[in-house]
Design a protein around this ligand. Structure first.
Ligand code: ATP
Length: 382
């Protein structure tokens, strides 16, 4: 984990950014950093809104990249433009110091002032911002993170998850132009993680602040991200929209047990008799266990490659209820010589299937072939 600056240190909105050659919207991040035995070398164009997950194994350079964005890596060379504000451009000798970059930084563990109540911790950050530059009012941040009941507590009376929510609220109060989150859930157990994820989703849905979110937990990435950067040994192996990236067969993620696509569905109807809910998405629908969500609600889910089998005709008399017509797009070798991975297009939604090589040959799988995808199970996110 990165060094933790003093509470509230990162991020003021004093408008210190230099004018920069555009792009006005979006994040341009080009950095090179050299350490003995490690080089970060990236040239990224990222969306100026939504959550971009920085994903990769330990030591791949995720924290180093975040620190470059924060201006905390003195050795970083390059150029950084955040939605039209230039924070670094070596060619023009521009380097905005960290304390003048309007950013919020959330670490694995929030470092709150122990002698101040939660409210005073939050106000401390807020008062550093000129009133005219405050874009996120205290009440709004408190409500978004659900910490109303914690305001008068001292930090040593908070659980790990509560501390993180306070830390996130404090980061928001700096009116950041970007939020940097470095494994904000890594120190929490599974239950606390599940408690905090809905608040992160709310930040995503209700605020227009781009987030760079470091994680090596695939479940977090697929639940929260719109965009993903896969780092490997200091390089961006892939960068792109989440759904398309998860469906790629040329990335290491395709060769893990966890390979599979992410689908954004909409609750269409409930079947109260059988306790089922139908989720519609472009190209089809799946029935899942009854969900406590009204029709129209968006629900993201995963279909793992291991849970999809293929047939060349509509199989009747099967217990598998979720069947989708789909066209084969690509077939590649999988993680074992006995298997192949197949990417299919189900009416605009990508699917991956992991089946045996023998089955692939017997079915005559090749690009363009029409098949029926049988979906054995769907993993709902959130
Ligand atoms: N100040 C430094 N001096 C020398 N090497 C460094 C320094 N900071 C980071 N490194 C090295 O850079 C590489 C990338 O580190 P970084 O912390 O960015 O990886 P990461 O992907 O965030 O890893 P993790 O998931 O374990 O946090 C590592 O090999 C690390 O040892």
């Amino acid at each position: 984990m990165a060094d933790v600056p003093q509470p509230g240190a990162a991020g003021t909105a004093t408008g210190a950014a230099a004018g920069c050659a555009r792009p006005a919207a979006g994040i341009e991040a080009r950095f090179a950093v050299d350490y003995a035995g490690f080089r970060l070398d990236v040239d990224l164009r990222l969306p100026g809104r939504g959550v971009t997950a920085l994903f990769g194994h330990s030591g791949s350079g995720k924290t180093t990249l975040l620190r470059c964005v924060a201006g905390l890596e003195p050795a970083a060379r390059g150029r950084l433009v955040v939605n039209g504000e230039c924070w670094q451009d070596d060619a023009r000798r521009i380097l905005v110091p960290t304390h003048r970059r309007a950013l919020g930084y959330v670490f694995q563990e929030a470092s709150l002032f122990p002698h101040l109540s939660v409210r005073r911790n939050l106000e401390f950050g807020l008062h550093r911002i000129p009133a005219a530059a405050r874009r996120v009012p205290l009440d709004h941040a408190v409500a978004l993170l659900g910490i109303e009941a914690l305001l008068e507590r001292m930090p040593d009376r908070l659980s790990g998850g509560e501390r993180q929510r306070v830390g996130m609220a404090r980061a928001l109060l700096t009116s950041p132009r970007i939020l940097l989150m470095d494994e904000p859930l890594a120190a929490l157990d599974h239950r606390r993680k599940q408690e905090i994820l809905p608040y992160l989703e709310r930040l995503h849905d209700e605020l227009d602040i781009p987030v760079l979110y470091v994680s090596h937990a695939p479940d977090e990435v697929v639940r929260l991200a719109d965009h993903v950067v896969m780092l490997g040994e200091g390089k961006a192996m892939a960068a792109g929209e989440l759904h398309a990236t998860m469906a790629r067969l040329d990335l290491p993620t395709a060769f893990t047990e966890d390979a599979g696509v992410v689908v954004d569905g909409t609750v269409a109807e409930h079947d109260d008799h059988y306790h089922l809910t139908r989720l519609d998405f472009p190209g089809g629908a799946v029935w899942v266990q009854r969900q406590p969500a009204p029709p129209g609600r968006r629900l993201r889910f995963r279909i793992h490659a291991r849970d999809v089998s293929l047939a060349d005709h509509l199989v009747e008399g099967s217990s598998i209820q979720n069947l989708l017509p789909a066209i084969v797009e690509e077939v590649v070798g999988a993680d074992t010589p006995a298997h192949v991975l197949v990417r299919l297009d189900a009416g605009g939604t990508a699917l991956l299937a992991r089946i045996t090589r023998r089955a692939a040959e017997q079915l005559g799988l090749r690009p363009g072939r029409r098949m029926w995808a049988q979906i054995k199970s769907v993993a709902l996110l959130g």
